[in-house]
Design a protein around this ligand. Structure first.
Ligand code: C2O
Ligand code: CU
Length: 470
């Protein structure tokens, strides 16, 4: 993929804006992968320094929720540019190759040629992770979807759909990735960014897949939407409105992972970097051809600290669905989706405690800011651990752990809600909340990171390096 500058239209009434994009588009191309089949992505960096704008042309691409070896994980210190050698170990010309194994049952089982893993991931995304510049670079456009399909469930080599589960399938047809990213436009209609706002940058317009107020023509049938919050600091609370009521839907996955069973819901919260997959049935009564439905957001948020109030009223529309036809539909949401892997709490030998807090305007974990050079701690590969994540102060922090999913054991002493009971790579800490998670790093050794995914907090520098070792 060529990482380069391009012009992008967010709306026909706004003039085109300069973006940085993977292959020059925003969002970047959707990569469709198959479990057990590794791929290599060559990121060719064609960015140039741009003094008139924001962002850094030095990049380090991370596959979010990927289980990649450290050198392919987009470590924040491993950036490089076309003009300047960075700390990246090898820099053949202007590109950097990342190997994504697409296999998640423990490294020992790789390559997973018989595809017997029951841990297939689904909705991942890739984005820049350059130290100090992640917020600006991702906002500028450096993000895209990466979807993985199980080959165990697929009958046809060329059809990467989960045929056994028979969920709505066909990427871009009935299986639709949606990235939501707020954007800031000044009075002259120019897109701007403020890197001096260390609370968390917020925009004044909401773009979905790079468009403000887009519409989508849907048939009266089921669709899968993979909703990703790709914003710097904005939280959303989403529902689908039809004639003044919230349409019920099924939540089938949280972050990259199918849930054990679908959870019927009418709205959900989504913090930066979280994903939720929902199946929406547009054939449900009383939806008729000609109807319009809206994906709406109900959060009021004026500061980077997190959502302030949940509005009871109509909220603000992000996207419109036009129901324009009937279509046959043999997709379904089966009662059981994917069993969770076993979790052996008795084998836990190590517990760790992390406090996320601002001190003198600096974002810290356990009183420290990010240090590329030294790991804060070392984890033994395969060892089961319990981590306690504690949000101090009045801020929300969506905490992301690289390389392995965690399971939420409790949120301030209470069990997690059903849609959070699966494997999570983003764990939202509300102000004053303490969340206990079970985690067991099984795949690769090397340096990895944990950080707040409010990317402004991450850049300033609520992030730590930990190493996985044999
Ligand atoms: Cu989505 Cu460490 O990143
Ligand atoms: Cu934070």
């Amino acid at each position: 993929m060529e990482v380069k500058e391009a012009w992008h239209s967010f709306h026909p009434h706004l003039r085109p804006q300069k973006i940085w994009g993977y292959d020059g588009i925003l969002p970047g191309p959707t990569i469709v992968a198959r479990e057990g089949e590794p791929i290599i992505v060559r990121y060719v960096n064609l960015l140039e320094p741009d003094a008139s704008s924001f962002g850094s042309p030095e990049i380090s691409t991370h596959l979010h929720n990927g289980h990649a070896a450290s050198e392919s994980d987009g470590f924040a210190g491993n950036y490089f540019s076309p003009t300047k050698a960075g700390p990246t170990l090898s820099r053949p010309g202007k590109y950097y190759d990342c190997l994504y194994t697409n296999c998640y049952a423990g490294y020992d089982k790789w390559p997973d040629t018989d595809g017997d893993s029951r841990e297939g991931l689904g909705t991942l995304w890739y984005h820049d992770h350059r130290e100090h510049f992640t917020a600006a670079n991702v906002y500028k456009g450096l993000a895209g979807f990466y979807l993985i399909f199980d080959h165990i469930d697929s009958g046809d080599e060329d059809d990467p759909s989960d045929t056994a589960l028979r969920l709505p399938s066909g990427v871009g047809v009935y299986d639709i990735p949606l990235i939501i990213q707020d954007q800031m436009f000044d009075a002259s209609g120019t897109r701007i960014f403020n890197q001096f706002d260390t609370d968390g940058f917020l925009g004044n317009k909401i773009a979905l897949n790079g468009k403000i107020a887009p519409f989508f023509e849907v048939a009266r049938r089921k669709y899968r939407f993979r909703v990703l919050n790709g914003s710097v600091a904005r939280f959303y609370h989403l529902s689908i409105r039809h004639k003044g009521i919230d349409l019920p839907f099924q939540v089938i996955a949280n972050d990259g992972n199918l849930l054990p069973a679908a959870v019927p819901m009418t709205s959900f919260g989504l913090a930066p970097a979280e994903r939720i997959d929902i199946v929406v049935d547009f054939s449900a009564a009383p939806i008729a051809i000609g109807d319009e439905l809206f994906l709406i957001d109900r959060i009021r948020q004026d500061k980077g600290r997190g959502p302030e109030t949940l509005l009871s009223a109509t909220g603000s529309p992000i996207m419109r669905f036009n129901v324009d036809r009937d279509e046959a539909d043999n997709s379904r949401v089966p009662p059981l989706l994917r069993e969770l892997p076993p979790m052996d709490l008795k084998s836990v030998r190590q517990k760790r405690h992390f406090e996320f807090e601002r001190f003198n305007g600096v974002w810290e974990i356990n009183g420290k800011t990010f240090d590329v050079e030294k790991p804060v701690f070392k984890v033994k590969r395969g060892a089961a651990e319990i981590w306690t994540l504690e949000g101090k102060g009045s801020w929300h922090h969506p905490i992301h752990i690289h390389m392995e999913e965690a399971r939420i054991l409790s949120r301030s002493g209470k069990p997690p809600p059903p849609h959070e009971a699966g494997r999570k790579d983003v764990i939202v800490l509300k102000p004053g909340e303490t969340v206990k998670v079970f985690i067991q790093f099984r795949d690769f050794v090397g340096k990895y990171m944990m950080h707040c995914h409010n990317t402004i907090h991450e850049d300033h520098a609520m992030m730590l390096r930990f190493d996985v070792e044999e």
